[in-house]
Design a protein around this ligand. Structure first.
Ligand SMILES: [Zn+2]
Length: 191
């Protein structure tokens, strides 16, 4: 049976990032988080720039859980879109409605990274969490459940990953075209 959370590489990378910042196998929080996610215990899931939030209920109560990640500003995204527009495989993937596997390699040329890599500690990749439960660990079962359920949402809608990082989510085709034109004009010798 395939994993319902993170059927895509980006969804998997998202929840694994959470798992690796706070937990080691075997950890009951992973098992409990997965059970909570599977039982529909996460409600009010919201994914917005810099923040994933939701309410997670278990036998001890209902807890507000949040996962925060830094956003890139508009000028960083403009540079990122230009880099992406010059990569045919990235343009093809994005226009087909998925995140191309090379996206982080291409964005890395401009110092960006869409999804945090394991154990990477640059400021722009620093994930922080908060949960109302008594567990003092950075990643409790509720955060794990929220990570899994949000990963499944991102599987279905990859633009949520761009949104989470403060990126463009509308008219991606138009923006890629405009970025490519602008970089071609910039490269043209002045007559
Ligand atoms: Zn918790």
């Amino acid at each position: 049976m395939s994993d319902p959370y993170g059927r895509t590489w980006w969804g998997r990378k998202w929840w694994r990032a959470l798992e690796t910042i706070g937990l080691n196998y075997p950890d009951q929080r992973i098992v409990r988080g997965r059970a909570l996610a599977g039982h529909g215990s996460v409600t009010g899931l919201a994914i917005e720039p810099g923040l994933v939030s939701g309410r997670v209920a278990d036998a001890n109560g209902a807890f507000d859980a949040q996962i925060a990640i830094p956003v890139y500003n508009a000028s960083a995204w403009a540079a990122g879109m230009t880099a992406l527009s010059l990569s045919p495989s990235c343009v093809a993937g994005l226009l087909a409605g998925r995140l191309p596997k090379r996206i982080d390699d291409v964005l890395a040329e401009t110092g960006m990274r869409l999804l945090p890599k394991k154990f990477v500690t640059e400021d722009h990749n620093r994930i922080t969490t908060s949960c109302g439960c008594a567990d003092a660990r950075e990643v409790c079962a509720h955060i794990m459940a929220l990570a899994l359920v949000s990963a499944a949402r991102m599987d279905d809608d990859p633009w949520l990953v761009l949104l989470l990082r403060g990126g463009p989510t509308r008219d991606l085709a138009g923006r890629l075209r405009a970025a490519r034109l602008a970089s071609m004009e910039a490269a043209q010798p002045v007559a």
